[in-house]
Design a protein around this ligand. Structure first.
Ligand code: FAD
Ligand code: EPU
Length: 353
């Protein structure tokens, strides 16, 4: 895939750059160097340039799933690889290849317009395509892995490009090989297997009701995308208005025995049985019951309408937000014996904590 007209002119490298415009929490942090990846052929040169910094390079999409706790002493590389194309199709499926710098939500609309379905429940998730495999993005009953055919990765240490099939990516709930491997892999493109016939998936709580509220039905994928966008706009704060990274903690997955015991303590606790017999609990409910919803310490806070979303009311630092997250997690553990795991990537001077 070649770079196209959307590739902006970009200075070779900015020293001591402001990262505030590049993270959805809008926290202040500086990068020792900032540049952009606009063509695959640039990869080896970028690695060479990054070697002169004391910290490994950090590839970023839109920064909607990171918490920058400190300044970054390495080279931050913005992913601006563009391109999308059909690579194969049969009666049932279309296989498409999408460069990692494409915007995720625009991909959803583009695929529906082509008559290729499956992404509609994932409408309006912020960020770029290359980050989607990192935590196996999911929403409204669909996860990235169910549509993923392969992921193209560049290994900055070995300097080679390779395709990994979906099994090799080791996808799990908000997890993958890539999330566990830190910065070992740079994702450059993904291949998706989309359906050529629309199969509505409206089982997730609220989707059918939202369609009805909007006067729509499930016969069109575009209507489902519209309902999902409408639900999301109502529930989640817009990072353009107030800094946030979506859900700050993963929903905890526990044994049925632990879920039953906690159910005695919290009668209304939502629980979702998993295929492996374990139970996914609602982190939002636990944090809400512990009294944190709407809490504010300076400019670091918990959103007033959704207890799982930490927010920056203006001038909070990454360290303040991280400290608040640790207080919440410790309190939930003390009260309910459940260990919450942070969902976004926390990026500190010394790497990830
Ligand atoms: P970034 O934040 O830029 O990067 C995230 C991490 O991946 C970083 O560690 C970065 O170094 C690494 N990375 C990024 N691109 C690459 C690459 N090409 N190769 C290697 N590493 C890379 N997530 C969901 O799953 N479901 C949701 O419903 C959802 N809702 C959200 C709602 C809001 C309001 C917000 C702010 C976030 C939400 N998120 C959700 C989280 C976020 O949108 C996703 O994780 C998204 O995929 C992040 O994309 P990004 O380009 O912003 O990634
Ligand atoms: N709830 C509360 N208090 C609140 C908010 C919610 O008790 O303040 C309860 C609700 O009553 C509901 C339950 O929590 O029973 C779940 O809430 P919601 O439907 O909003 O979903 P979630 O578990 O908070 C997850 C994902 C979201 C995804 C939605 C829709 C995780 C960590 N989060 O949120 O993903 O969009 O489901 O599928 O899995 C993200 O990852 O950043 C993200 C936003």
């Amino acid at each position: 895939m070649n770079a196209d007209h959307r590739v902006p002119a970009w200075p070779a490298l900015i020293a001591d750059a402001d990262l505030r415009p590049h993270n959805s929490f809008a926290v202040r942090a500086r990068a020792a160097g900032l540049t952009a990846l606009t063509r695959i052929e640039q990869l080896d040169d970028l690695v060479e340039a990054a070697a002169s910094y004391p910290q490994a390079p950090l590839l970023l999409g839109d920064g909607s799933n990171v918490l920058l706790v400190d300044d970054y002493a390495g080279l931050v590389v913005l992913n601006q690889l563009y391109g999308r194309r059909l690579i194969n199709q049969d009666d049932e499926h279309a296989w498409v290849e999408i460069a990692a710098g494409e915007n995720w939500d625009q991909l959803v609309d583009w695929s529906i317009a082509q008559g290729w379905f499956g992404l509609e429940n994932l409408a309006l998730i912020p960020g770029r395509v290359g980050a989607a495999p990192i935590q196996n993005i999911g929403a409204y009953g669909v996860e990235f892995e169910s549509l993923c055919a392969a992921v193209q990765v560049y290994d900055p240490k070995a300097g080679n490009l390779q395709w990994l099939d979906a099994a090799q990516c080791q996808f799990a709930y908000r997890d993958s090989l890539f999330k566990r491997a830190g910065s070992r892999y740079w994702i450059t493109a993904v291949r998706l297997r989309l359906r050529r016939r629309h199969q509505p998936n409206c089982a997730y709580a609220g989707v059918a009701e939202e369609l009805q509220r909007l006067g729509l039905d499930d016969s069109q994928a575009s209507s489902i995308a519209q309902a999902v966008r409408s639900l999301r706009r109502r529930k989640l704060p817009d990072p353009a208005q107030i800094g946030n990274a979506g859900s700050f903690f993963k929903n905890p997955v526990v044994s049925p025995e632990d879920a039953n015991a906690l159910g005695q303590q919290l009668a209304g606790l939502p629980r979702f049985e998993q295929d492996d017999g374990r139970c996914k609990l609602s982190a939002a409910y636990l944090i809400d019951q512990a009294g944190w919803k709407g809490y504010r310490d300076g400019d670091a806070g918990v959103h007033a309408n959704h207890a799982l979303v930490l927010v920056n009311h203006g001038q909070a630092s990454g360290a303040q937000l991280y400290a608040l997250a640790q207080r919440i997690a410790a309190d939930v553990h003390d009260r309910y014996g459940v260990r919450l795991q942070i969902e976004p990537r926390v990026i500190c001077a010394a790497g990830e904590p």
